[in-house]
Design a protein around this ligand. Structure first.
Ligand SMILES: [Zn+2]
Length: 309
């Protein structure tokens, strides 16, 4: 049976980790974090799983690798990286977003997606869950996965105010999974603005092409988390009767532990965490940058500001 996958797409620093951490609190859900990081940082440097073990020592990931490939050593990482270069890059988006379902790109995207499909199916088997969550964010990867007949894909597209994203991307944040001191990387507000537009437009087009999509804003979600999360649960095809009160209220969330990949600091948080709107950009993003980001991302910014959470 095709694994049912909730793919959380959105630009960096837009709230994708928050949604992933909330979904993983639900019964019937197995959350893997940013699977796109598996082929590089996780396996190359043996970074940390959120359970605290390195990926190679984590029992959950070890079982997933065994079922999916016959063990970590059996994966041809060189081939995965080669396929990724040929498909999973922003420069391939125009072709990936086209309607053509044949030819070299289709074959390459299908071959690349097959590595993900095997990971997803194995994670469902090992966990006994019904739904797997991948918060890889990338629009190009969402395009590749949407071309695979082996995956039942649904897209959650979260958008954050471009000025908040631009400000956040100027700050250096250490990766919580890194064993060699890597960080999440920074970018100039103008560069972030252009990438924000490309990324969000690409995810929007995927929805228009027929991929089941649930779109929401970070600001709207934090404003009404309980209502917004119930909509998300329904979209994921999970039981509407599920009790979320044990871990979610309108001002906080209670997070457990899991086995996910990725370096955002929230990925490793456990226990009670306040849900507050992060709008520090209003006070701290310099006026010139604020004007530049607003201009470069308008009218998308204006349209998204009307979306509910
Ligand atoms: Zn683990």
């Amino acid at each position: 049976m095709r694994p049912r996958v909730i793919y959380i797409g959105g630009f960096s620093r837009s709230g994708t980790t928050l949604l992933q951490r909330l979904l993983e609190q639900l019964p019937g859900v197995v959350s893997l974090g940013e699977v796109c990081n598996l082929w590089d940082s996780a396996l190359k440097y043996d970074d940390l799983c959120t359970c605290g073990e390195s990926i190679s020592r984590c029992r959950f990931w070890g079982e997933v690798a065994e079922r999916a490939f016959g063990g970590w050593d059996a994966i041809d990482l060189h081939e995965v990286r080669r396929l990724r270069l040929l498909t999973d890059r922003a420069r391939h988006l125009p072709e990936l977003l086209g309607n053509t379902r044949s030819g070299r790109l289709q074959a390459t995207a299908t071959a690349y997606s097959s590595y993900y499909a095997r990971i997803y199916a194995a994670a469902l088997e090992v966990s006994g869950a019904e739904v797997v969550v991948d918060s890889s964010k990338r629009a190009s990867l969402a395009c590749c996965l949407s071309r695979s007949a082996a995956i039942d894909l649904r897209l959650v597209h979260i958008i954050r105010d471009s000025r908040g994203v631009a400000y956040s991307c100027t700050k250096k944040i250490s990766r919580v999974d890194s064993v060699h001191g890597a960080d999440l990387g920074t970018a100039l507000p103008v560069v972030t603005s252009l990438n924000w537009v490309v990324h969000n437009v690409a995810l929007e087009i995927l929805g228009r092409r027929g991929l089941p999509t649930h779109r929401l804003t970070y600001e709207g979600f934090v404003d009404e988390p309980v209502r917004s999360f119930r909509e998300l649960v329904s979209f994921a095809g999970l039981s509407a009767d599920v009790d979320t009160t044990a871990f979610l209220s309108d001002d906080h969330v209670v997070l457990g532990t899991g086995h996910s990949i990725g370096g955002n600091p929230m990925r490793a948080q456990t226990g009670r965490v306040s849900l507050r709107l992060d709008d520090a950009w209003r006070a701290r993003l310099p006026r010139a940058d604020r004007l530049a980001v607003s201009a470069l991302t308008y009218p998308l910014l204006r349209r998204y500001s009307r979306l509910p959470g």
